[in-house]
Write a protein that binds this ligand. Structure first.
Ligand code: FAD
Ligand code: NA
Length: 391
């Protein structure tokens, strides 16, 4: 293909990592950047769309809340969108009652029908956690009891975690939970970050503005591993074009050392002929009799949009969590010791690829929140991508 002119940089994946690197490459190097994505939209897992019937902004791959304490990231994202004053709060249904989460003094006093002071509640939880004091927990159940005591663990953690893993917590490794935060005051604000909010006119508008430049082109529905299209791995390597790859690292190497393991989530959409079903955006279901872990009522993320929402209808997505197979959307790295060893082997191979930069959650097998992935992309641009463009 001698007459084919490649751009200065090809980016595989139009998620936040790829979009951030593309934006930086144009701004700092005046590069011509071509982004491909196998999906039919930009934004990766943070993509959302507006539901015509209800006016809700549906987060296609699960609820996305933006929050950060990183000034560089906060300043950066505010160049492309403003944020609402949304503050994230979560509630949980257990045994026919609704409780505030994370477990706090309000949860504890409601659960024990009490009016404990912070000190009294702290003493009670310490006593209940003492049931397994001094033992080395062999599974997640014992660990949970050791952290917050049996009553609260069994009510709010046990079955929820069992549903997340589709596994009895007695069979799960204790290492899945390091700590279970309990707040001995009534603060149920979910995030502790300096800044939080939702993009004022939606996630997709934000992402479109990041790449609104004639030097950036985007092609959707294109697979990097499809050799029949020009932006494939083999052709780009032969042409010596720098590539930023944000797909799965094991896939890049054709799974030759084995598959990294992930959890995925299936969503079931339910529509109600009422304006508001839960009265909040996120309702967890802590008990085993409800098969899904939580339900998202998207309208309630954006109460400021009431005028453009249907007052008589609402849409809810129930979340069902399970182990991912090849072909499922990989969401949460499982990260067992075997996964860590395998990833280190792939990472060494990736480091030996001269003109390919691996990034993002799939390219580095890490769970990143949006603010973290933007931060790593800004750093990767400076340290890894800019030197390739200077050649
Ligand atoms: P992605 O968004 O996954 O983008 C990678 C892109 O690469 C995808 O679009 C994919 O189609 C494309 N791609 C892969 N392979 C190929 C190929 N062969 N050819 C072409 N294209 C390819 N973060 C928060 O800050 N707050 C939250 O509340 C939050 N909630 C989340 C909930 C869920 C269920 C999940 C899974 C994540 C959540 N996150 C949240 C994290 C957030 O989604 C990530 O930080 C962000 O999406 C990572 O961006 P990325 O570019 O690394 O990856
Ligand atoms: Na453009």
């Amino acid at each position: 293909m001698t007459d084919f002119e490649y751009p200065d940089l090809v980016i595989v994946g139009a998620g936040l990592f790829g979009l951030t690197v593309a934006q930086q490459a144009v701004e700092h190097a005046g590069a011509r950047v071509h982004i491909i994505d196998v999906r039919d939209h930009i934004g990766g897992n943070a993509y959302s769309y507006f539901d015509p019937e209800t006016g809700a902004e549906i987060h296609r791959y699960g609820a996305h809340l933006f929050h950060t304490s990183n000034k560089r990231v906060w300043d950066y994202v505010n160049r492309f969108t403003s944020f609402t004053n949304y503050v994230h709060r979560v509630y949980a249904t257990h045994d026919g009652e609704v409780y505030p989460l994370p477990i706090n003094l309000g949860t504890i006093n409601q659960f024990f029908h009490a009016h404990y002071t912070p000190a009294e509640a702290q003493q009670l939880i310490a006593e209940q956690a003492g049931e397994l004091a001094g033992t080395d927990p062999e599974n997640l159940n014992d660990k949970g009891i050791q952290l917050i005591g049996r009553p609260l663990y069994e009510a709010f953690i046990k079955n929820y975690t069992g549903k997340q893993w589709q596994t009895d917590p007695a069979e799960l490794p204790a290492s899945i939970i390091k700590r279970l935060p309990v707040r001995f005051n009534y603060d149920n604000r979910y995030f502790k970050d300096t800044w939080e909010g939702l993009p004022a006119d939606g996630y997709t508008k934000w992402f479109e503005r990041m790449i609104d430049d004639p030097r950036i082109t985007v092609e959707l529905g294109v697979d990097f591993f499809d050799e029949s299209q020009p932006y494939n791995k083999t052709a780009l390597q032969a042409a010596g074009v720098p590539v930023v790859y944000t797909g799965p690292i094991d896939r890049y190497f054709d799974y030759e050392l084995g598959d990294l393991k992930w959890r995925t989530v299936d969503f079931k959409e339910v529509r109600y002929d009422e304006g508001d079903h839960f009265g909040c955006p996120v309702m967890n279901f802590s008990d085993a009799d409800v098969p899904y872990t939580r339900a998202i009522e998207f309208k309630n993320f954006n109460p400021e949009r009431a005028a453009s929402q249907n007052p008589n209808k609402t849409v809810v997505w129930e979340e069902y969590s399970r182990f991912a197979e090849r072909g499922d959307e990989p969401y949460y790295p499982i990260n067992t010791d075997a996964d860590k060893t395998l990833y280190a082997q792939y990472e060494a191979k990736a480091a030996a690829e001269p003109k390919t930069v691996f990034g993002g959650r799939l390219g580095t097998y890490k769970y990143y929140d949006m603010h973290q992935v933007i931060d790593t992309a800004l750093t990767a641009y400076e340290s890894q991508v800019a030197p390739l463009l200077a050649k």
